[in-house]
Ligand binder design. Sequence first.
Ligand code: 5AD
Ligand code: SF4
Length: 440
Amino acid sequence: MVKKVYIETYGCQMNVADSEVVVSILTDHGYEHTDEIKEAGLILINTCSIRENAEQRVWGRLKAIGHLKRKNPGIVIGMIGCMAERLKEEAIEKEHLVDMIVGPDAYRELPLLIAEVESGHKAVNVLLSREETYGDISPVRMDKNGVTSFVSIMRGCNNMCAYCVVPYVRGAERSRDAESVINEVRDLWKKGYREVTLLGQNVDSYNWKSGEHIIAFPELLERAAIVNPLMRIRFSTSHPKDISDELLHMMSVYPNICRHIHLPAQSGSSRILKLMNREYTRDWYMERISAIKSIMPECAISTDIITGFCTETEDDHRETLSLMEWAGYDFAYMFKYSERPGTRAARKYSDDVPEEIKTRRLNEIIALQNKLSIRSKKHDVGRIFEVLIEDFSKRSQDHLSGRTSQNKVVVFPGEGKIRGEYVSVKIESSTSATLLGKII
Ligand code: 5AD
Ligand code: SF4
């Protein structure tokens, strides 16, 4: 009988891309992918460690699926990804909920590790690598729409943001062979995909040596953009200290490179940014936003904010609010600081902002962003946008949903159009999350 693998993914888009690599490796070893956990002989949970609550969610889920194993002891349950890397053997010992622990650079070993579990042992491989990029592996696509997809262009991270666990769980930064990235983009185009997001922890430091020639991110982006003018290219994530004018000018030349930059600020206070080891100041960040707006006035900008980092005062908090207001973000991910064991902040500073103050500041940040998001969408009413259709709208089969180049979701009456097509939509109204319009 064919063995079936079920995989559940937590955390970022990088993890989503990794799960597709994992399924590809397992498919090559005789497994079949299933969306039905009850059918699976192998259950993998691809985990995230970024904040404590991300880990708690995974433990909750593992407890919930524990009954499957009690019913059928032959099932293999594996924890893979960032939490596996952070906890190592401890993740097996903790609650005896998993048989196997596999870190992000050890996925090629999965077939061997599964065999080890099947022969009655627990299996662990959390070795990090300086070379592994899985560049030669063709991911098995698990997206639902067949229109938008992710391509990982690098792994690991060399920045040492004081709060962040990523360098510890994903290892040193390494770039993937440019040729294999572009081949994957071409392959997606041929399969009918119309949008790819190039993924890396810090895409601006992409660096691939091709003979004597060094390919940096702007060149990689250009090569992806010329695969086909109807293939939209996005990328994530940029680091404010590294995002260059060269990149912005490159974007501006190609209409299919989407007019959206995710530029995590984390804080609006230079003092906090220094403690966070972000290597830029508030002024530097503002200058980068000004550069984006002057080179591409139509470009949407989103951000990540952490509130309540060690020693953060009301003045620091107000600087974050004023930066957000000034930048007028179209969208933001906002978090309370969560201390991660082993990071520089955990070792050197005390997590001294009381929980209720973190909560209050976060609520103020969310309320402000809500106002900014509404303002950003109101500004689009009456204008016409090219929309790539991704799916039916959640509410009705008569309506379709897609996104603008600026990454804003648009819902409109379908008029016989299908996913993967581009349409011109005139925006008639907006909510805080969505633009509503009509095809013209
Ligand atoms: N606590 C809270 N948020 C964090 N992030 C990263 N580490 C932490 C942490 N320890 C946020 C940052 C980052 C995003 C992916 O998660 O804003 O950009
Ligand atoms: Fe992604 Fe970071 Fe979470 Fe790992 S810890 S899954 S890299 S967000």
